[in-house]
Design a protein around this ligand. Structure first.
Ligand SMILES: NC(=O)C1=CN([C@@H]2O[C@H](COP(=O)(O)OP(=O)(O)OC[C@H]3O[C@@H](n4cnc5c(N)ncnc54)[C@H](O)[C@@H]3O)[C@@H](O)[C@H]2O)C=CC1
Ligand SMILES: O=C(O)C(=O)C[C@H](O)C(=O)CO
Length: 260
């Protein structure tokens, strides 16, 4: 089989959380371009539908589900309903993630800590359990891709409240442990750790903290923030047969930020 054929995703289905914009949208579009049908979950109907329309432009099927994946009971229901209606899925991308709450740890309310853990970590657990768990019955196995962050590996500078770092580090640990459990059934589980990408939450942050953003960019060896579409080829690789021997990996894509 040619290299290009090994990257094709025809006949497969992707379930992605938070696929309406930002990094999730770019990964969903790339995977659709490689041949897969897509189910997108998010909160904003309009942007979800726009991404679904763009996916249909590749000749693929796209369905949208509106809901809050940061509420564990809702996340569980969304996954069960999606599996029953559109499943089974060969590819899962746990992409949803809430940003930092910029309050020093010594002042961070427990509720805010819990909100971030539910959104970043518990959602990943529940989707992996339900959508990924069903992959264990598939003869060809499956692919779980967890969108973590370099914040799961290092501390973000000039930022308080470490719920974001804690949640992303836990996503990486969960990825590794689940990968070990599911390798015999051919279900790979890998984590992506993006560095700085100017998606909407970082744009908002940049508006209020221009000097922090400038020093962040200056500390990137590549000299600039990443483009969301840089995530697309990596997602296709991890979703495809080409990555069949890679599992439990933590793939950093940060323009070299964590090198210094
Ligand atoms: N942009 C960056 O520099 C980096 C982002 N990441 C991670 O990448 C992921 C995506 O981030 P971005 O694309 O920057 O964010 P974004 O805010 O542009 O996109 C997030 C997507 O998730 C959806 N979403 C958010 N909360 C939701 C909820 N409770 N329920 C359902 N859908 C929800 C939004 O509607 C949107 O589609 C997150 O996990 C983030 O932590 C990691 C490292 C760097
Ligand atoms: O949200 C993120 O994650 C990032 O923006 C990238 C880094 O974690 C970061 O903030 C490094 O300082």
């Amino acid at each position: 089989m040619s290299i290009w054929d090994r990257l094709r995703l025809d006949g497969r289905k992707l379930f992605i959380t938070g696929g309406s914009r930002g990094l999730g949208r770019e990964m969903a579009l790339a995977i659709a371009e490689a041949g897969a049908d897509v189910v997108l979950v998010g909160r904003d109907a309009e942007s979800l539908e726009q991404t679904a329309e763009d996916i249909r432009g590749f000749g693929r099927n796209a369905h949208t589900i509106i809901g809050d994946i940061g509420q564990p009971a809702q996340a569980e229901q969304i996954c069960r309903d999606a599996l029953a209606e559109y499943g089974p899925f060969e590819i899962l991308i746990n992409n949803v993630g809430g940003r930092r709450i910029n309050v020093p740890t010594e002042e961070l309310p427990l509720d805010d800590w819990q909100t971030i853990l539910d959104l970043n970590l518990t959602s990943t657990f529940l989707c992996t359990k339900i959508i990924g768990g069903a992959m264990l019955q598939l003869p060809g196995g499956g692919r779980v891709i967890n969108n973590a962050s370099i914040s799961g590996m290092i501390a973000s500078r000039n930022i308080g409240g470490r719920s974001y770092e804690a949640s992303k580090a836990a996503v990486i640990a969960f990825t590794r442990a689940t990968a070990a459990d599911w390798a015999p059934q051919g279900v790979t589980v890998n984590a992506i750790c993006p560095g700085g990408f100017m998606t909407e939450p970082n744009q908002r942050w940049a508006k209020d903290n221009p000097s922090v953003i400038e020093s962040f960019e200056a500390a990137i060896p590549a000299g600039k923030f990443g483009e969301p579409e840089d995530l697309g080829p990596l997602a296709v690789y991890l979703a495809s047969d080409a990555s069949r021997y890679m599992t439990g990996a933590t793939l950093v894509i940060d323009g070299g930020y964590t090198l210094w």
